[in-house]
Write a protein that binds this ligand. Structure first.
Ligand code: FES
Ligand SMILES: [Fe+2]
Length: 464
């Protein structure tokens, strides 16, 4: 008989809650229309979530909208050093204020005033109503509170714009901890978009996100990578959030970089295999899981190091060379202690719907959201950010891309090729329930522990 897991408030404060036991969670969260409906009340209006990047609204009047379930939020730069967010709805009779013809990806633009297209009520960048036709007709009942836009909490971390629709929510920084403190030194706010793509995909948003939350699938899905290294992973929960990394068994690799994406390749000559691994990562993960500088520096390892250099020293030399190459072209690397790099691991899940895989000068990020009310569909987005020399970041925009290797690279296409079949497979009468790996997939189990908390359900249980 399965027993429910008791989630206590103390769990929140513990950096390593004991999720190491064999657990299972039900498929309700992925398949049930009622669950999807409840998310609209219990989850999305309560959590901090990424609405965009600060770089999308550099000038006063620049705005984006963020679409989540039935809500649309306007995030606007109201002053050079001030950003505001409002519900995208006119307080007169409820017309959506800014049209969002592209329901999933939202709108963007620049305005000094938001003018409602129905009866012309007008709002300034602070959300204050500055024009109502014939206000005397209301006999004095039109207070500022009634006629202004409804505010939404907005804050920034790491170059991301986060919103929260709950006025009572805890501050963003507190919500993001300890993830924010562990990643602060990576200075993600100094990175800029390299590319950004989205697709409407036939799986639940959680099925899609979870395909990128654990490296346990590398051996079964990305088999072409196996010749370059071992992919035994650990994963760890940090309250709302979680991290995974590689768990190197080779004692010569006991160095800070071994758990991250910048690590040695396995093979008889680590000078060669490290280059092959990073090149493969770069080229098949849509030029996102590394940088051109890192690949070029790795290509010189055979010339710059003697045969027999141990893997740990190869990585050390490689990263120092890449750092110097970047410095020469005006890209400064952040200063991060080896302990910090090790703790930051490979990739994070930020509750509820963001994932990122970080390097010192780049990150590959994912966001997944429901699409309409259908638990079998989602809006899936992925984007790469990178540090560029001042003023040299490319101009990018959201591009709709079918989930093919041609559009997303071979590795992401392999992940796409699983997601829809997981969604279908979970509906099978013959599926006895999930069996997440307690060590390597704990990040996912932790996700469901926290979902249970928000959703007021107990879908996570001990396996016995
Ligand atoms: S609904 Fe906006 S002005 Fe009437
Ligand atoms: Fe993958």
């Amino acid at each position: 008989m399965n027993k429910p897991v008791t989630i206590t408030p103390e769990d929140r404060a513990v950096t390593e809650p004991d999720l190491g036991e064999p657990l299972t969670y039900s498929v309700e969260a992925f398949l049930s229309p009622d669950y999807a409906k409840d998310e609209k009340e219990r989850l999305w209006p309560k959590v901090w979530q990424v609405a965009g990047r600060v770089e999308e609204i550099p000038e006063v009047g620049n705005f984006i909208t963020y679409e989540i379930a039935d809500d649309s939020i306007i995030v606007v730069r109201s002053a050079p050093d001030e950003i505001k967010a409002f519900h995208n709805v006119c307080p007169h009779r409820g017309r959506r204020l800014v049209d969002t013809p592209c329901e999933s990806n939202g709108a963007c633009g620049s305005k000094r005033r938001f003018v409602c297209g129905f009866h012309g009520w007008t709002f300034d960048l602070e959300g204050k109503n500055v024009h109502i036709l014939d206000p005397q007709d209301w006999k004095g009942a039109l207070t500022e509170d009634r006629t202004g836009l409804s505010p939404v909490k907005v804050d920034q971390w790491g170059g991301w714009l986060f919103i929260n629709m709950d006025p009572e929510s805890i501050p963003l920084r507190e919500y993001l901890e300890p993830f924010a403190s562990i990643l602060d030194a990576f200075q993600l706010e100094k990175m800029r978009f390299k590319w950004r793509q989205w697709v409407i995909y036939p799986s639940n948003w959680k099925t899609a996100l979870e395909a990128f939350m654990e490296p346990y699938h590398v051996s079964g899905t990305h088999t072409q990578l196996l010749k370059y290294g071992q992919f035994y992973a650990y994963s760890k929960s940090y309250g709302l959030h979680g991290v995974s990394g590689f768990d190197e068994r080779d004692p010569s690799l006991k160095m800070s970089q071994s758990s991250s994406v910048t690590r040695a390749g396995s093979g008889s000559d680590p000078r060669v295999s490290t280059y092959e691994l990073v090149r493969e990562n770069y080229e098949t993960v849509n030029f996102a899981a590394s940088t051109e500088t890192l690949v070029k520096a790795a290509s010189r390892l055979v010339d710059e190091l003697p045969e027999g250099t141990p893997p740990g020293d190869v990585v050390k030399h490689w990263l120092a060379a890449a750092r110097a190459d970047d410095a020469a072209r005006g890209v400064e690397w952040p200063t991060i202690t080896p302990e910090n790099v090790a703790e930051a691991g490979l990739a994070w899940h930020v509750f509820p719907n963001m994932s990122l895989l970080q390097g010192q000068t780049f990150a590959l990020c994912y966001r997944a959201r429901p699409y309409g009310d259908d638990p079998d569909q989602c809006i899936f987005e992925s984007y790469a950010i990178e540090r560029y020399p001042e003023g040299e970041a490319p101009k990018t925009e959201w591009v709709y891309a079918e989930p093919t290797a041609e559009k997303w690279g071979a590795v992401l296409a392999q992940d796409f090729a699983n997601m829809q079949w997981v969604q279908k497979g979970m509906k099978s009468r013959g599926f006895r329930g999930t069996l997440p790996n307690p060590h390597q997939e704990q990040k996912i189990t932790n996700f469901h522990r926290n979902l249970d908390d928000y959703m007021g359900r107990t879908t996570l249980r001990l396996l016995d």
